[in-house]
Design a protein around this ligand. Structure first.
Ligand SMILES: [Zn+2]
Length: 434
């Protein structure tokens, strides 16, 4: 991207004048960001992959090399090669701009060889005292979402924000220098594990962050970066906590507590509720109350559901009573039919009430679609040990089975046997129909 205005031209020019990493910064990056491993086996003891020194000692998770003083993570596997990729930031200022430079670093360790470190600058974030930002960056390989897919051969140019720029390391290498506007807004030399760029940008543009940082609510600030929705939503509660000098040491639990209080319609401005001396215990207590309210609500819904079913049933029964005589008049001549094999009994539904029971039990629409009113159809069911396993619609026009379904309108397991029984007994039905 070519510079389009005076500010961009200035930034690009200044960017080209930034110095490479100093030897001190390089060494610190190796020490703080690089991977440091000691191989350990009970037989051979420790081997430092930084300098190759070996020694014996009790098994531990971490060790310090007695020869080169490196702080080492202990590896007990058979692995011989290690590769680690990470980012770090260098924080500097330049002609009134705040600059956060992002470096990529790859460590390669191999048992029996010198470690190698490869460091290259990936991008820079430039900030004006008003919080305006500009990225100067290398190009990225297209179609890649991996965080280290930079095109290292490309130039540092003005570029638009993209996926790769979301890298926000909080490891900072070397002495940080910071513009006076950021110091004025509360920064006093420690990032408290916040990413420098995000912190600076918010300190310059959001006076809530400035307020929080100045009173030492560092954890809350860090939390706000990834949870702006909750931060905005509960800002008035945060203000009350501040007024009462309440330190929010565990923001995740604290916001959870606010969620519970809100669910229970409690006053989120009441310091007695939102500034508890024992946060964890209070959180658990309100959480339990919330859970029990949710449970009660669930039970209420279930009662309502059963009540609706009951009401519908009573209504259906009323309807059935009205239609009972008509059904009997038209179908009672079939009522003594009964077709059996050694297991199955097939017989007609004897009343509209039976249509209701059948529909409910089988979860289909034999009642709701008024099959009992259909003059041209005889509805039967197949029973095994007194329980219906299928509902059958038989046509009194062409004397054949129209449909035969079990619960949820599916095909019954004994479909073939039911059909055989029906076919064998069709003459009986025909004789009644005339
Ligand atoms: Zn060593």
């Amino acid at each position: 991207m070519k510079p389009r205005n005076k500010l961009q031209r200035k930034i690009l020019k200044l960017s080209q004048g930034l110095s490479p990493l100093t030897e001190y910064q390089y060494k610190e990056a190796v020490r703080k960001v690089g991977l440091h491993i000691a191989k350990y086996s009970p037989k051979r003891g420790y081997e430092c992959l930084d300098c190759g020194h070996t020694w014996t000692g009790a098994e531990a998770k971490r060790a310090v090399c007695p020869h080169c003083a490196a702080k080492l993570e202990v590896d007990k596997t058979r692995k011989k090669n290690f590769c680690d990729k990470s980012y770090f930031a260098v924080v500097t200022k330049c002609q009134g701009f705040q600059v956060v430079r992002m470096f990529f670093m790859q460590t390669n360790l191999r048992q029996g060889s010198e470690p190698t470190y490869w460091i290259c600058e990936a991008f820079q974030r430039w900030l004006t005292p008003e919080g305006k930002t500009q990225i100067v960056s290398r190009a990225r390989h297209w179609l890649s979402h991996y965080c280290d897919c930079w095109n290292w051969g490309s130039d540092m140019e003005l570029r638009d924000e993209n996926a790769g720029h979301t890298v926000t390391p909080w490891k900072v290498v070397g002495q940080s220098s910071v513009i006076s506007e950021i110091r004025r807004n509360g920064y006093a030399g420690d990032f408290h594990h916040c990413s420098p760029y995000t912190l600076f940008k918010r300190l310059l543009t959001d006076n809530r962050i400035e307020t929080l940082w100045k009173v030492g609510q560092y954890k809350l600030v860090a939390y706000s970066f990834g949870n702006s929705y909750k931060f905005d939503k509960y800002w008035s509660s945060i203000k009350i906590a501040l007024r009462h000098k309440y330190q929010i040491k565990d923001p995740t639990i604290w916001f959870d507590l606010l969620d519970s209080l809100e669910y229970l319609n409690k006053d989120l401005r009441n310091p007695a509720l939102i500034c508890p001396a024992n946060l964890k215990a209070t959180h658990d207590e309100w959480m339990a109350k919330k859970e029990s309210k949710i449970q009660k609500e669930r039970e209420r819904q279930e009662r309502l559901r059963l009540q609706r079913i009951e009401e519908q049933y009573l209504e259906d029964l009323k309807q059935a009573q009205k239609d009972e005589d008509e059904y009997k008049n038209s179908k009672s001549k079939f009522f003594d039919l009964e077709f059996k094999d050694k297991e199955i009994i097939i017989k007609p539904l004897m009343s509209v009430k039976e249509f209701i029971e059948e529909g409910r039990q089988m979860h289909h629409c034999v009642f709701t679609n008024n099959y009992y009113k259909k003059q041209s159809a005889l509805i039967l069911h197949a029973l095994v040990e007194g329980v219906s396993i299928a509902t059958i619609e038989f046509s009194l026009e062409d004397f054949s089975v129209v449909q035969c379904r079990k619960a949820y309108n599916k095909k019954p397991e004994l479909y073939d046997r039911i059909m055989t029984l029906m076919k064998r007994n069709t003459p009986q039905i025909m004789s009644k129909a005339v």
